[in-house]
Design a protein around this ligand. Sequence first.
Ligand SMILES: Nc1ncnc2c1ncn2[C@@H]1O[C@H](COP(=O)(O)OP(=O)(O)OP(=O)(O)O)[C@@H](O)[C@H]1O
Ligand SMILES: [Mg+2]
Length: 226
Amino acid sequence: MRIVFKIGGSIICPRGVPDINYVKKLSKFLLEIKRKNDIIIVVGGGKMTKDYIRSTRTLNPSESLLDSMGILGARMNAMVVMASLGKHAYPKIVKNKEELEHGIFTRKVVVMGGTVPGQTTNAVAVAAAQFFRANLIIIGTDVKGVYDKDPRKYKSAKMIKNIKTQDLYRMVKVKKHVAGPLIVMDQVAARLLEKTKIRAILLDGRNLENMKKAISCKGFTGTSIE
Ligand SMILES: Nc1ncnc2c1ncn2[C@@H]1O[C@H](COP(=O)(O)OP(=O)(O)OP(=O)(O)O)[C@@H](O)[C@H]1O
Ligand SMILES: [Mg+2]
């Protein structure tokens, strides 16, 4: 199988510094998956990046500048994962299609952060999956799945086990893209998912046992997006 993993900055860098213990466990897990599958890793920006964006936004810069900060922050987190993968990682954070093509060709593990303004790392993951002709996208984040409303704000929020891409798109649709959105999914990624029709599963990326179950389609906790 060809699998793209989007690992949330929310779990790589949950409190402003990278969680090295988790990163070590994650890279061990990913290398185990790589024995039987081809994989690409996309990493998000996390708390540090979102804090930078929030404080810099008070200076009224363009949204594109803030997005560029998000891209750099995600690349920093991607470098942490790359460091942990050691010689198994393609030795450069992949930034565009040409580099992606070359990285895939080397059969090393390609690690990406952000690419261009206007695209979250979720959208990067879907675009990379399309290029890679992936069979599955695993989106690991800090909640158990997609809920009917933000589970951090509403105790009554219910997790959705299965959601159609059109419904997901409708759910996350906002007037326009903003840098560093605090949401499990965003409209650009949801729209791309709808177009590419690649199966995606959103789950708690800290639970690697559960992630393993999701890959082998055994009973797992998370949201299937189809
Ligand atoms: N409908 C929803 N279902 C699930 N989570 C939601 C929903 N709406 C908002 N959220 C929030 O989205 C958060 C996850 O998104 P966040 O962007 O913080 O993490 P991430 O995407 O894993 O990290 P990064 O963007 O750094 O890669 C959750 O902690 C939750 O509070
Ligand atoms: Mg996010």
